[in-house]
Write a protein that binds this ligand. Structure first.
Ligand SMILES: N[C@@H](CCC(=O)N[C@@H](CS)C(=O)NCC(=O)O)C(=O)O
Length: 217
């Protein structure tokens, strides 16, 4: 009997890049072997596969290795794209998310490591990007129209991180919410069954462990 060979995803549950990769795999109906990584103690198999030493890394069933989350999303959608997500795969917001917004987000999250400015100043710097998201969502439920697509899934994990730095402020519990459309959009994604599946917990993997399958319904 031949054993089924799955693609292997090295992942870290809370990493926004790994999240977007898992979301795309889920959307495309691709089942993978998931190897949950501890970032402080990465398995040698991951380091051998990619010298970038970041997650996510996908070892495709044909042996190809992908170590950029955007490429993993594209690979999944090229296999199966029932809602035409690929139409928004080159959306300019994705590039800006991955470059300037991500840098400001890190400084906002870890403002104690960047004492040149205050946390609120870093939050304001993130605000330039958030305003664009907010505007895109003014007349539509999702970033590129009525339906969720590639651009929403590529960006939502990062906005989730932003929202978690000062949740009371973001959700408007202390005053008014600064980004009401973004809050509504984010909540609809985070509360979906789809996202819940993407966030299921897996124990840290090491060689010799039993295979863990993603998604695990
Ligand atoms: N450009 C990469 C970035 C991936 C990335 O930076 N992932 C972080 C975790 S969120 C990581 O693995 N960092 C390495 C480390 O913390 O040692 C991608 O899109 O996949």
């Amino acid at each position: 009997m031949t054993q089924k060979v799955f693609s292997i995803l090295y992942s870290f549950r809370r990493c926004p890049y790994a999240m977007r990769a898992r979301l795309a795999l889920l959307y495309s109906g691709i089942v993978v072997e998931l190897r949950e990584v501890t970032l402080k103690n990465k398995p040698p198999e991951l380091l051998q596969a990619s010298n970038k030493a970041t997650v996510p890394v996908l070892i495709c069933d044909d042996g190809k290795m992908l170590d950029e989350s955007h490429h993993i999303m594209l690979w999944a959608c090229q296999k199966s794209d029932p809602e035409a997500w690929l139409n928004t795969a080159s959306h300019p917001l994705i590039h800006d998310n991955d470059t300037s917004f991500k840098s400001f987000l890190d400084m906002y999250k870890y403002s104690d490591r960047f004492p040149e400015y205050t946390q609120t100043q870093y939050r304001d710097s993130c605000g330039m990007f958030l305003q664009r998201i907010e505007q895109s969502l003014q007349h539509s439920s999702y970033l590129a129209g009525k339906h969720r697509s590639f651009v929403d899934m590529a960006i939502a994990p990062f906005i989730r991180q932003f929202s978690m730095v000062e949740p009371t402020w973001f959700e408007g519990k202390s005053n008014v919410t600064p980004y009401p459309n973004t809050l509504r959009w984010l909540q609809s994604i985070l509360q979906s069954e789809f996202f819940r599946l993407c966030m299921k917990k897996y124990p840290a993997w090491q060689a010799g462990d039993e295979v863990s399958i993603f998604p695990n319904h």
